[in-house]
Design a protein around this ligand. Structure first.
Ligand SMILES: C[S@@+](CC[C@H](N)C(=O)[O-])C[C@H]1O[C@@H](n2cnc3c(N)ncnc32)[C@H](O)[C@@H]1O
Length: 183
């Protein structure tokens, strides 16, 4: 779920910058795939889709798809899959569309894995808002998933500071990883 205006803003950012270009497979995702029989998965909010290429190379037997309403290449209907995962996406969703988006994800997969940033983004949107439209603590995200009927399989919170060359100062990094299954 996304508004037309926000979709246009992010599409423009996508076309002119390196926004959404992750290609490294998250460690926990690797472990999960090695321990579970996964036939299909969706990279939800896949950005430029570089991680999909790496995943396809590493897991040629898994059907790996991308979804991103702000990249025309991946603005496709969601399909039912074994796992929906996202990296740095949920905090970018417009707050008033979050519940419907999580519901949509729930309808398309029993397993979810999300890497969520709980800190402000470096990126400021043209209208002055911080690009992380939702800045909430891990407990808040966990409760959202419990309320939707998920059982938490694994969670981890990493909080530290790092120097940003771009901003010339130290910035907080607060990453929450959540893996959950519908009960
Ligand atoms: C910081 S980028 C992360 C992209 C990619 N997952 C990565 O790790 O490089 C955030 C992504 O969330 C996507 N996004 C924003 N709102 C969304 C929504 N409502 N549904 C799905 N994706 C959305 C954006 O288009 C953008 O690609």
């Amino acid at each position: 779920m996304i508004s037309k205006e926000y979709q246009e803003v992010l599409s423009l950012i996508h076309s002119g910058t390196k926004f959404g270009k992750r290609s490294k497979i998250p460690e926990y995702l690797k472990k999960f795939i090695s321990k579970n029989y996964i036939r299909s998965m969706i990279d939800f909010g896949c950005g430029k889709g570089q991680l999909i290429d790496v995943l396809k190379h590493n897991y040629p037997t898994i059907d790996i798809m991308g979804y991103d309403p702000c990249n025309p290449q991946f603005n496709v209907p969601l399909k039912k899959v074994d796992l929906i995962f996202s990296t740095d996406v949920l905090e970018h969703i417009e707050p008033h569309h979050l519940d419907k988006t999580l519901q949509e994800i729930k309808e398309h997969s029993d397993y979810v894995y999300h890497l969520i940033s709980c800190a402000p983004a470096k990126l400021i949107l043209p209208d002055g808002r911080n690009a992380h439209l939702i800045q909430q603590e891990p407990e808040w995200w966990k409760q959202k998933h419990l309320d939707l009927g998920y059982e938490i399989i694994k969670e981890e919170y990493r909080s530290f500071s790092k120097h940003s060359k771009q901003l010339g100062r130290s910035i907080p990094v607060k990453n929450y990883f959540i893996m959950a299954k519908l009960t």
